[in-house]
Structure formats: C-alpha cells, structure tokens
Design a protein around this ligand. Structure first.
Ligand code: ZN
Length: 141
C-alpha cells in the first residue's frame, strides 16, 4: 500500500488530516539543560490535547542522538490516536552530548545511519553510546 510511513506503519496520505509538521515528542539535549521531554505519560497527554485540537498527524523532527524513542512514539501514537511520523537527521554540534560519536566519524557512516533509519527503522536506543559501522560489515554494535 503506498502511503506515508508512520511509527505504526503506512497511512494513506488522504488520512493524515491536519499536520503539525515540526514537533518534538521526546527530546534530550545538552543545549537545553533541564528542558527535556522525557516523560511518556506527559507527552501522551499532550499528544491527546493536540488531537483534540483537530491535528491528526504530528511529524517528530527529533534528530539522531537527541532522545528519539521509536517504541515510545508508537505507544504514544496508539494511545493518542495521532499519526506520528518520525524523522532522521543530525542537528548542529551544540546539541550533541559530550563525546558523541557523530562528530568524529566519516560522512559515509553518518549517511549509513540515515539510510538505516529510513530503510530498516530507527534504532530503539537512538544510537546512543554506540558507534555505528558500515552496514556491509554488519549491524551497528
Ligand atoms: Zn525542532
């Protein structure tokens, strides 16, 4: 079925309804200390309010390494009734935790992570604490 891939599977474009195109349902960044969005119950409650406002779909633009939680997003989507589209990408270095693997690695590895996110799904630990390897050498460890 052609459609838009959400955290719970593909949805026909005509079913997306009104879209909030830039949201962070979960986020943890050193650039905003103490301003984390990490409580699943609070995020789900806020998602329900978003749904009650007439929005049917939320695009979560949280980048690699900043607290993407695909399983929690799927639970939130189911509980709130929203369609949630998760993104991939990198933010500027100010948002990387100290020593994060993303800055010293080759561009090819950065690209491989994005491609894996798009083709096999987002790593449930958001690549935290792990240095991805090229897919040709096996899955990230
Ligand atoms: Zn943003």
């Amino acid at each position: 079925m052609p459609g838009v891939m959400t955290v719970r599977g593909p949805v026909a474009a005509g079913e997306l309804g009104r879209v909030d195109a830039h949201e962070h349902l979960f986020l943890r960044t050193p650039a905003l200390p103490g301003d984390d969005f990490w409580d699943e119950e609070k995020s789900t409650a806020e998602a329900r309010l978003v749904g009650e406002s007439g929005i049917r779909t939320v695009v979560d633009l949280t980048p690699v390494g900043l607290g993407r939680r695909p399983s929690a997003l799927a639970r939130l989507a189911e509980a709130s009734g929203l369609h949630v589209i998760a993104a991939t990408g990198y933010h500027r270095s100010a948002h990387d935790p100290s020593g994060h693997w993303a800055r010293p690695v080759d561009a090819d590895v950065l690209v491989d992570v994005l491609v894996q996110d798009l083709t096999t799904g987002i790593d449930d630990r958001d690549w935290s604490g792990r240095t991805p390897r090229r897919p040709a050498s096996g899955p990230a460890s």
